[in-house]
Design a protein around this ligand. Structure first.
Ligand SMILES: [Zn+2]
Length: 270
């Protein structure tokens, strides 16, 4: 434990590889608007993450530094300002070149088992790997919308750390369980209602699948469109701000020429 802490301290203090900076400039939107202190902290986390986690390419896909650094940057955004153990339940990231077909088996509300194949851009396994489509990662990394597949899957990993995935991460006294559950339940119902009425929503409607998916979707919005989330869903924003110990709507630099960070639409298979 002590040795690991020492090793991580050394990794964080190491000079950030100069050849990785253009990767961040190109693929990591937040590189341009994170405050300097946050960015410094993040660069340290990226060094630990890329040294400790194993990356594999599915179907003989060759994993490059660009892929590792891009995934690490978005995953580590979720760790800023907190004592972190770097997603301890997850050691492996598998990358596919494009979205991929995965078998699924689900029970519908009437009890009927549905089996088939589903197109996926990513998935996260409890005490297992995160699987990502590089095409989806790159797409989400180059345009400013309320979603990002890496943030989504690593939000699931945080959720798993509490021992069970129910949209309730280990919140450890930062906000009461009751308060967290009250806000999440109200917002979950609100998204359900909007979806039912066919209204446009800031949050990805994929979130109505389950409380677990809802948590992943709201974390995406928190990091990808914080100002819109703070203005449209102040209570939800407040709960996430307390949990993450970050206030991006207040602290991140405004992006020149980008008046709004709103978007609406739907993505399948997470
Ligand atoms: Zn998901």
């Amino acid at each position: 434990m002590l040795l690991r802490r020492y090793r991580r301290g050394r990794l964080r203090a190491r000079e950030f590889p100069a050849k990785w900076i253009p990767i961040l400039e190109r693929n990591f939107l937040h590189y341009h608007f994170l405050p300097e202190g946050d960015l410094r902290e993040l660069l340290g986390h990226i060094q630990v993450f890329t040294a400790e986690k194993r990356f594999f390419g599915g179907k003989d896909f060759e994993v490059t530094d660009e892929m590792k650094v891009t995934v690490a940057a978005y995953a580590c955004l979720l760790l800023l300002h907190r004592e972190t153990n770097y997603f301890p339940g997850m050691q492996t990231i598998v990358l596919y070149p494009t979205e991929y077909l995965a078998p699924f088996r689900e029970r519908d509300p009437t009890g009927v088992i549905i089996e088939g194949y589903q197109v996926r851009s990513g998935e996260a396994w409890q005490r297992g790997p995160v699987v990502l489509s590089w095409e989806a990662v790159r797409r989400d990394s180059r345009r400013r919308r309320c979603r990002h597949v890496v943030i989504h899957e690593f939000a699931h990993q945080l959720d798993y750390e509490s021992g069970y995935a129910e949209g309730t991460p280990a919140i450890a006294g930062r906000i009461s369980q009751e308060e967290w559950a009250r806000v999440m339940r109200a917002e979950y119902q609100r998204l359900h209602r909007a979806a039912l009425l066919g209204r446009a929503t800031l949050l990805d409607r994929y979130g109505i699948q389950s409380p677990t998916e809802f948590f992943a979707v709201v974390v995406e919005a928190f990091f990808m469109c914080p100002r819109a989330l703070a203005s449209d869903h102040p209570q939800l924003y407040g709960a996430l701000k307390t949990f993450f110990r970050q206030d991006p709507a207040r602290d991140w630099l405004p992006i020149p020429g980008q008046a709004s960070d709103r978007s609406t639409s739907k993505r399948l298979g997470k």
